[in-house]
Design a binder for this molecule. Structure first.
Ligand SMILES: C[S@@+](CC[C@H](N)C(=O)[O-])C[C@H]1O[C@@H](n2cnc3c(N)ncnc32)[C@H](O)[C@@H]1O
Length: 284
């Protein structure tokens, strides 16, 4: 596997802040790359050309993906359990950043995105077939029971509906150790998975899953404030193979450990019944 390529960025300043992005939410660890229109466009380009009906963004956070998708759907519910993140989303929908507007052809104000303060574990509130599109970017690793949530997503999709899932891909050999390190850093449990593990989860949930694109995200672990973790991370990562370190673009740089993710985007269609899904041909 090759190291993640840096995504396009607006300016050097923006790129410099990509390691540890202070988020309004404080839930998890955020990267400025979540805001990068080039990464968001990967999702928009996977939508069918016709306008879609009702959509759901699962773990919408501060709304980058929800806003990007909004112009292509009638109504989008932006679900997240963090009220501070949703407050940011509301502000951003009321005055869309001009850079994002230009890059994604968005209006100055977005009216069709409704924030919903709830976790992904609460999808039972909607009847089956409620949505034509469900999106979920960089949330699955935060869920205690990802398989149960994916099964619910499948239930919520109309026949012929589309589920766009994106998650960081981590080499299978180091996924458990990596999950442990980042859970310790953020003080919340996280489960990172390999591409093959994501595909397996999707197929088990009853989706035909196609790896349809990818985008990249960079972060770092600073020594300051994380001394013990920093020492542990150096020791753990130091024992990994070059290939595994390379897949996460891991670099020790004095006061910080830099890393990056290649995040595949899975375009998924519900099929007959759970466990009966097949693979689809991936992007080349
Ligand atoms: C890294 S952010 C990604 C935000 C957004 N999906 C994006 O791509 O810009 C992760 C988000 O997952 C949300 N989250 C954490 N636990 C969740 C859960 N159980 N259900 C739904 N969302 C959750 C967090 O509040 C946070 O907003």
């Amino acid at each position: 596997m090759t190291a993640p390529a840096p995504t396009a960025s607006r300016s050097g300043t923006r790129r410099a802040s990509a390691g540890r992005q202070a988020s309004a939410s404080g839930v998890g660890h955020w990267s400025a790359d979540l805001r990068d229109p080039a990464g968001l466009r990967v999702f928009v380009d996977l939508l069918p050309p016709r306008r879609l009906g009702r959509a759901l963004d699962l773990g919408a956070g501060e709304g980058d993906l929800a806003l990007a998708l909004s112009a292509r759907v009638d109504r989008l519910l932006a679900l997240d359990p963090d009220p501070r993140a949703l407050a940011v989303l509301r502000r951003r929908a009321a005055a869309v950043d001009p850079h994002l507007r230009r890059a994604l052809q968005l209006p100055a104000r977005i009216h069709n995105v409704d924030p919903v303060l709830a976790p992904a574990e609460s999808l039972a509130r909607w009847p089956s077939g409620s949505f034509e599109l469900v999106a979920c970017r960089n949330v699955l690793h935060l869920l205690r029971d990802a398989a149960a949530v994916l099964a619910e997503v499948r239930r919520l999709l109309r026949p012929g509906g589309l589920f766009l899932l994106s998650e960081p891909a981590v080499p299978a050999a180091v996924a458990a150790a990596w999950s442990e390190l980042l859970s310790a850093r953020d003080g919340l449990p996280q489960t990172y998975r390999s591409e093959a593990q994501h595909r397996e989860l999707l197929v088990e949930a009853g989706f035909a899953a196609r790896r349809a694109g990818a985008w990249s995200m960079r972060h770092h672990i600073p020594r300051a404030g994380h001394e013990e973790l920093f020492r542990r991370a150096r020791a753990v990562i130091g024992a990994w193979s070059d290939a595994d370190r390379g897949a996460l673009a891991l670099r020790f740089r004095g006061e910080r450990i830099e890393y990056g993710y290649r995040c595949p985007v899975w375009a998924c269609r519900p099929v007959g019944g759970p466990g009966r899904a097949g693979h689809q041909e991936d992007e080349r």
